[in-house]
Every structure is written in C-alpha cells, then in structure tokens.
Design a protein around this ligand. Sequence first.
Ligand code: ZN
Ligand code: ZN
Length: 371
Amino acid sequence: MAPQRDWYTTDYYKTLGVSDKATEKELRRAYRKLAKEFHPDSHPGSEERFKEISAAYDVLGDPEKRKEYDEVRRLGPLSGLGGFGGSGGPGQGGFNFRIDDLSDIFGGLFGRGSRAGSRSAPGSGPRRGRDLEAELHLSFQEAVDGAITTVNVTSGARCSTCGGSGSRPGTVPVVCQRCNGLGVLNDNQGMFSLSSPCPDCQGRGTRIVDACPSCGGSGLEQRQRQVKVRIPAGVESGQRIRVKGRGEPGANGGPGGDLYVIVHVAPHPLFGRKGRSLTLTVPITFPEATLGAAITVPSLNGPVTLKVPPGTRQNQTFRVKGRGITSGSSTGDLLVTVDVVVPAELTDDQRKAVEALAKTLHGSPREHLGV
Ligand SMILES: [Zn+2]
Ligand SMILES: [Zn+2]
C-alpha cells in the first residue's frame, strides 16, 4: 500500500478523534488510548481498526510527515490532481515537496491504477499467517462443564514497537522506485513478457526506509501470547478446538492463521467416559445381586438411586438416563456396571447359610459343556 495516496482520501485526524489543531501531546494521548482499546491481541477482530489507527499516527506522530500531510490536505481531494500536467495541477498548489516525496505520490497513484490486475503477483499482497497448535490440559470436571481459559502461544507476533508495519515508529514505507509499486518487474524480450517479483521490495511494492529497531523491518517478533479460548462443555481428550485467526499473524495485512488447541483431559478417580456417556463400576453384594436392591450411586450432579433387579449377574450394565455428559443440545447417560463381591472369608454361620442354599440348587450351570 502506498500511504501517500491515502493522504488524499483518509482523514487521519478523524481516525484519532482529534482536531487538526491538536498538539503533539494530544495526538500521542489519543493514539495510545485507541491503540490500547483496539489492540488485536486483546480484541480479536479489531485488526482493521488498529491498522487505521497505527497508519494515522505513523503520519501525524511525526512532525515532518504531519506538515506534508497537512499540505496535501490543503490541496484538496484527489480529483484536484485531475489536471496533472495542465492547469490546476499540483504545481499551482503552492506547496513544496522534496522531489522523492513527489515521485512517491505519483508512483503510488499511477502504480495503483495499473496495479489492480496484478494484485496476486508473486510475493506481493496479503499473506495469511500459519496455523499453530497449542496443548491444553483440563481436569475432568472442566471438560464436562466447559471453561474459558487461556493458552500460551509462542510465535511470530506483530511487533509491538512498530505495530507490524516494519517501519520505525513515526516513519512510513515509500513506494518502491524500481517497480513503481507494482511489486513485479516486467521484462519484455521480443515476443515474451516475463514478470518476476521485484528484488528491491520482495514484491511488496513498498520499501521500508527506516527499519523498526526491534524487528529489523520484518514486522514480527517472537513473543509469548496468551490467547483466550472458550472450551465447549463436554470436550474429550484428543479433541482439537479451532480458534479462528489466533495463529500466526498474517503479513502485508493478510489474515492471521488459526490456532488449534489440543485438549487433554485428566482421568477422574471414579468416572470414565464413552462419548457423552459417563461410566462407573459399582460393587454390589451377592445378596443384592440375587435378591435385587435399590442402591445409591454417585453421579456428576449428586447421588442417584439405581434399582438392581433380582438375579443380576456380574458385569451387567444399567443405564441411568440423562445423568451423563451434556455436549451441545444432548445429554448422555450414566452407565453403571456392577461388580458382584464374593466374600473371601466366611464365619461358621455364613458358611452354613451358603451350604443350605447350595443344597436347594439343582442341576449344573456347566451342563452345556458336555463334560
Ligand atoms: Zn517492529
Ligand atoms: Zn519493488
């Protein structure tokens, strides 16, 4: 982007919400307040606004640039340039640019005009940031309830000194002289026309004159960021949650990549999980299994009563409806598997009672084995 062209169309004072008589101090205060309010790291989705604010302060924050900007504004709207080379041209505006500034403006203007079709030239234009992955460890209960939490992500982040522009704060990039802002060089060789990315500007169309001291002009710095993540209720271990746009920031105004949060859920001391179902193993006594019983078992939201029917076998599973895990609009069940406890030792009385029972049982449960 050629910033000088924007000077004609953008009211930077309005962007910063100050009058055009504002002092340097007032400008700085307004900029800091807005930059904080719209910083994309803490306010996702505000990238555009943040960029506008940074661009405005890039110009107005530098007294030299501001003076030139004021002069450009005095000249009037873009249409004032319609008579370029004739009457009403900038030569009569009574302002004095240095020669390079002037060529920047016109390079930008004319470059833009012919540029529309070559937006996707190699290496130029916005580039999306990479997708990133982060691990998140949750307790069993957090996974069941859902949570809003933060994950630490280390990646190339927008440089905090220059806001990602790559230019020293207070300076702006200029239109590349070699390619006139096109980002590509066209090489006409007889019948062939070859275009290649401009080596001077790496296809960006603009050149950084005064590189940001923190990032050396890349606009990125390695930084640990905290990304707020909303974990939906009912997530399971191994699930990946996509946080749109919070991966690596894009380049040249491109969108950020996505952040994928990989969830690890700690086991629960009692409960297991099968999708939305909660599983639980409950010991019952031999009389309870034989005679049937109403037993109290825990669930995630308080104890529930389970009726074990007479003649319950080992490892039989019973379903308590709606006492599982809620995910989305549906809730799973609690699956209770019984473990019939056989006493390891018996008193004399108990032995006699079991022997009396045995005498009444006829036939063998192994008859079908044929031995
Ligand atoms: Zn920087
Ligand atoms: Zn170039």
